[in-house]
Design a protein around this ligand. Structure first.
Ligand code: C2O
Ligand code: CU
Ligand code: CU
Length: 480
């Protein structure tokens, strides 16, 4: 394994105590590190080299990241709708891997199905046209049985799509546009990343107790007293992240998985399961210079059913599901006075009409006897579980018969949520617009509608809790 030190995060670390008495969050002071801002690459003719290298993961300690390139997490790939992407994956890991472009509609051979995984020293060429709306997407490793550990160690990156529709809004950009890939990791005494789901974690999922942003432990970022566009991507193995500001201040949600919403939503928190994204406007103009606001995952009762969890809590690790976790400190360091940004009307979204759906398919998610099933089956590499006619519109009904939440993800389509019954019994305010992943709590049924009209081929639908996914809570479907 290659051991390189390239990020001197420790040297530049600032202690929370140094921020003085105006801290607005209560958690014990942790040494905080400047948020790593990955380089932005254009997609035409780039090579992403998968490799393992040491990164500073805490005070003077190192963990082994597996990632693309030299950073703590993969580079950001910034694409434009209509553009061609030609990307080479170069596998310098000592195990197999393959990359998937989460949320994009790409041809079958570019979708990163585990059967396309390549071995050490091999290369894989991706060539596709970007047809998706402007939005916050991401890419990550997708090899069989190893997605969880590879993503946990950093085999992921941000994928941004821009288009004319979005440009017209003149959203905050440049230094006022920030993106953060959220992770939670466990560190051993040497600062090495631990990923070893034990028995009950193979049911619940794996939870770390240190919040990472863009591969940076306990990140901190200096901001102006101004309005920011903040995109949040949940890249955790299993954690549902209840995204909020430590001040309780409202945020404006302008986009979700598949791009901009038809109208903005003001909220003080929103829940993201693994794989889900939020595009937010966050206003620091009222925050006094010299003070900080923490982006946190707020405490919530984990949505477990039955005898699971102690005292309504998850059981795994120091920060189980639902425990509060600090994600990213914003230190307001510069006073600016600017004309307030007024968000123009957002572009309309055509609602898919359930009347045009040719059929409804049911998928039952169940977890029992240390195994995870969809319609009673565990995933097999070559078995085709469903066949969908190309060009059709269908309703897919996801039913949770288990005691655990499942973030359900479909490759190759963006869907709209038609209904949720049982459990929370409502479509949440942050679930409007186009989605590719949706949280399904125990006892819930959600109906989603999608058009299968982008490409023919074999694609996946799966639970995006990476522990469940690797254990086979996944199915193959064809568009033919
Ligand atoms: Cu993020 Cu199979 O997906
Ligand atoms: Cu995906
Ligand atoms: Cu699951």
């Amino acid at each position: 394994m290659q051991r390189r030190h390239f990020l001197a995060m420790g040297a530049a670390a600032t202690t929370a105590a140094a921020l003085g008495s105006r801290r607005l969050f209560a958690s014990p002071a942790a040494v905080r590190h400047p948020l790593w801002l990955p380089p932005e690459l254009r997609p035409n003719g780039i090579t992403l080299r998968a490799n393992a290298h040491a990164i500073t993961s805490g005070t003077g300690t190192t963990g082994t990241a597996m990632t693309l390139g030299d950073g703590a997490i993969g580079p950001t790939i910034r694409m434009r709708r209509g553009e061609r992407a030609r990307i080479t994956l170069d596998n310098a890991l000592d195990e197999e891997t393959i990359l998937h472009w989460h949320g994009l509609k790409v041809p079958e051979v570019a979708d990163g199905h585990p059967r396309f995984a390549i071995g050490t020293g091999a290369k894989y060429e991706y060539d596709f046209e970007v047809t998706d709306r402007a939005g916050t997407y991401w890419y990550h490793a997708h090899p069989h049985h190893r997605t969880g550990e590879q993503v946990y160690r950093g085999m992921a990156g941000l994928l941004l799509v821009d288009d004319d529709e979005q440009d017209a809004l003149r959203l905050p950009s440049g230094a006022r546009e920030l993106s953060v890939l959220i992770q939670d990791r466990r560190l051993d005494a040497d600062g090495e990343f631990v990923f070893n789901p034990v028995m009950h974690e193979r049911m619940e999922g794996f939870f770390g107790d240190v919040g990472f942003g863009n591969g940076t432990p306990n990140p901190r970022h200096e901001v102006d007293s101004a309005l920011y566009r903040l995109r949040v991507v949940n890249v955790t193995a299993s954690r549902i992240t209840r995204v909020a500001l430590s001040t309780g201040a409202p945020m404006t949600l302008i986009g979700t998985d598949g791009g901009l919403l038809a109208s903005p939503v003001t909220l003080t928190h929103l829940d993201l399961g693994t794989g889900e994204r939020a595009d937010l406007l966050v206003d620091f103009s009222q925050v006094p210079v010299g003070s900080s606001v923490m982006l946190v995952s707020q405490e919530f009762p984990p949505p477990y059913r039955g005898g699971m969890g102690m005292m309504g809590r998850g059981m795994t690790g120091a920060k189980p599901q639902g425990a509060p976790l600090d994600l990213l400190e914003f230190a307001v360091t510069r006073k600016v006075t600017e004309r307030p940004y007024v968000l123009p009307a957002l572009p309309a979204i055509a609602r898919l009409d359930p009347g045009t759906a040719s059929r409804t398919r049911e998928f039952r998610f169940d977890s029992r006897q240390m195994r995870h099933f969809i319609n009673g089956k565990e995933w097999e590499m070559e078995r085709v579980d469903e066949r969908v006619p190309f060009g059709s519109t269908e309703i897919w009904r996801f039913i949770n018969d288990s005691n655990f939440p499942h973030p359900v993800h479909m490759h190759e389509v963006q869907f709209q949520i038609l209904s949720r019954t049982g459990g929370r019994n409502a479509i949440m305010p942050w679930e409007a617009g186009w989605k590719d992943t949706a949280l399904l709590f125990p006892g819930e049924t959600i109906d989603v509608i999608a058009e299968f009209n982008a490409h023919r081929g074999l694609f996946l639908m799966h639970c995006h809790n990476l522990v469940h996914e690797d254990m086979g809570m996944m199915m193959n479907y064809t568009i033919e």
